[in-house]
Design a protein around this ligand. Structure first.
Ligand code: PLP
Length: 433
């Protein structure tokens, strides 16, 4: 055994710099979180060495007695975390990520070129829910399937269930996908189920963003109405980077769904599972089942509400005027700023956010808003009062962006960037910026 610092100081140095960045800055990216040391220990373990194509007790490689035990444990914990009856629900814990979980779920549920409907990307949906543009089908979910996006309403910016219902009557999708990457409100799964029952379609929820909040019962449960539920494990769930696919075992119109999901993951879409990641998912799920996680999830939502109130208090416009979950969508267009400008200024201030499309954006290339999430800061034990302060910092960042926009191209902007760059190199202190 020789440590990383000795074998590869270059990579070690990059890891050290990133560690410093994560713990000295304010992490507000809604899809990120800070997983536990225990989860990272499992993720960095010797389990990375093992091949185990197949499922527990049905592998294509020998030496899998402990890996079988691990995968069974992870599956059991996944069902416990979401309070699911093992007679009614099963789970595949092998997907490498949310995107592969989603593509495997589509592979299991529908045939190539079948029709699907997902929330449009500009309205908060994800690439893997059938996204394409006028110019190009650039995602596998639109290349291999016929996709028609549904939308949010122009005024309330809530899911337009009525329009979705009428469109589904005409488009006749085989699958409707709910769940989103940038939607601050909860979902009406019962309403969606009515539509899919009427049209004989499957209902799938991709709860990647909100799964930690669903586990803690802070949000409606997609399991009450959906046939398949997918998730990433690294967002509000606070695990390593991976994906899960939950499937109903008791579907009368699809009794072989378990087999179809398992075969869609392997061999259709993936090879050998990443056993170190499965161990880390199992550890994260063990933590999700603790009362502390419930308190954490409650605080994530309380913090997101506090952030929304702070920004509204400063006079800003938020999409849907608030939030039910961990994220806030801030519409910057009324003050004449773009998301990328504010993202850049925040980066220089050590606040990490991401630009995001807001409803009615003229161009997807120039998003008019930013997305903010409270999962990571809540993992650092921040409460409402801390988050209010973060909201005040963001207000200052936006005011600074406005000032710099007025002075764009002038000495002031150049000076700002020069000082900030020096600060990044560690040459000057924060107080000089
Ligand atoms: N589904 C949703 C709703 C997401 O927001 C994301 C990523 O942000 C994914 C799927 C994809 O997950 P991954 O990046 O792990 O492939």
């Amino acid at each position: 055994y020789r440590p990383l610092a000795e074998i590869d100081p270059e990579v070690k140095n990059i890891i050290d710099k990133e560690t410093w960045r994560q713990f000295t800055g304010l992490e507000l990216i809604a899809s990120e979180n800070l997983t536990s040391q225990a989860t990272m220990e499992a993720n960095g373990s010797i389990l990375t060495n093992k091949y185990s194509e197949g499922l527990p007790n049905a592998r294509y490689y020998g030496g899998n007695e402990y890996i079988d035990e691990l995968e069974e444990l992870c599956r059991k914990r996944a069902l416990v975390a979401f309070n699911l009856d093992p007679a009614k629900w099963g789970v595949n814990v092998q997907p490498y990520s949310g995107s592969t979980a989603n593509f495997a779920a589509l592979t299991a549920l529908i045939q190539p070129q079948d029709r699907l409907m997902g929330l449009g990307l500009p309205d908060g949906g994800h690439l893997t829910h059938g996204y394409y543009t006028q110019k190009k089908k650039m995602t596998a979910s639109s290349i291999y399937f016929q996709s028609f996006p549904y939308a949010i309403t122009k005024d309330s910016n809530l899911i337009d269930y009525d329009a979705l219902s009428s469109q589904a009557k005409i488009f006749k999708p085989k699958l409707i996908i709910c769940g989103a990457s940038a939607y601050p409100r909860d979902w009406d799964y019962a309403k969606l189920k009515e539509i899919t029952i009427r049209d004989g379609a499957f209902l799938m929820c991709d709860m990647a963003h909100t799964s930690g909040l669903v586990a803690a019962q802070e949000l409606n449960s997609p399991f009450d109405h959906c046939d398949v539920v997918t998730t990433t494990t690294h967002k509000t769930l606070r695990g390593p980077r991976a994906g899960l696919i939950f499937f109903r075992k008791d579907l009368s119109n699809s009794p072989d769904l378990e087999k179809r999901v398992n075969e869609a993951v392997f061999p259709a879409c993936q090879g050998g599972p990443h056993n170190n990641t499965i161990a880390a998912v199992a550890t994260a799920l063990q933590q999700v089942a603790q009362p502390e996680f419930k308190a954490y999830a409650k605080q994530v939502v309380a913090n997101a509400r506090a952030l929304a109130e702070t920004l509204i208090g400063h006079g800003y416009k938020l999409q849907t005027n608030g939030t039910d979950n961990h994220l806030v969508l801030w519409d910057l267009r009324p003050i004449g700023l773009t998301g990328s400008k504010v993202e850049k200024i925040c980066d220089l201030m050590g606040i990490t956010i991401n630009k995001n499309a807001v409803s009615g954006d003229a161009s997807a290339q120039v998003p008019g808003g930013i997305r903010l999430g409270t999962s990571a800061l809540t993992s650092r034990d921040m409460k409402e009062a801390d988050i209010k302060l973060v909201g005040d910092f963001l207000h200052r960042a936006v005011q600074l962006s406005l000032l710099l926009q007025k002075e764009a191209g002038t000495k002031m902007l150049k000076d700002f960037v020069r000082v900030a760059s020096k600060q990044e190199e560690g040459k000057v202190g924060h107080q000089q910026v």
